[in-house]
Write a protein that binds this ligand. Sequence first.
Ligand code: ARG
Length: 279
Amino acid sequence: MKKISRRGFLAAAGLSVAALALTACGGSASSVASSAAASSVAGSAAASAGAAGDLATVVAGKLTMATNATFPPYEMTTDSGEIEGIDVDTAKAIAEKLGLELQIDDMDFDAALLSVQQGKADIVMAGVTVTDERKAVMDFSDSYATGIQSIIVPNDSDIASPDDLAGKKIGTQRGTTGYIYCSDDFGEDSVVAYDNGLTAVQALNNGQVDAVVIDDAPAKEYVAANPGLKVLDTSYAEEDYAIGMAKGSALEDAVNKALEELKADGTLQSIVDKYINAN
Ligand code: ARG
């Protein structure tokens, strides 16, 4: 879908133009309508950003979230096919504050990052780490969580610290910071990029790689489900997670305001407790 260029024009034109854009583009949701709804609910921040911002094309009344639901406990797919997790509940709470209905689009992680850049989704929430490279191509909300790049190895491995990864085969998820850092530090030839963390862990189980580098929260979950593997008690990198949006997104101020409220009233913490601290 192409991004329709329109600056101030659309912000003034409102929902009828959003509907037109929808017909023209065949379907994805839009921050035009979103920002219209957001500005009525979340106040003038979104409205003024909307007037100045470069708006994406989206469906009326919806907040579209791109994600990659293979990353427990932030986003995972249940046996019955439902997508749940910390990011999902947080996005729902944000959408509610903006008076929008959350629509989740599940895809590969690298595609989810691209999706907001191309105006196909309003936000990407996928345990996304803020990096300078990503900041050059997208905007980020304030951070809502921290993560650590952890190392998973077989119980009997001789790998005990990040330095020991030198000369080993390292499994990662494609497009993630785990992949990027390991390629930078140990050379691309040493790093294998899998579709998702689970596939990387399966490759570790099968002896195709010597270690997997992935965020600590999913690492713990994968190891709990795979006897014979352990997470090293050492951190390879420390990171901040934030919500990604298109550069100049009209939603940014409203999303930050919602996030701030969810932090202040304890909602965010109770979501984290539901998925992490409770068990
Ligand atoms: N935090 C890492 C990154 O931003 C990994 C995120 C992977 N997320 C996912 N839903 N698969 O690169």
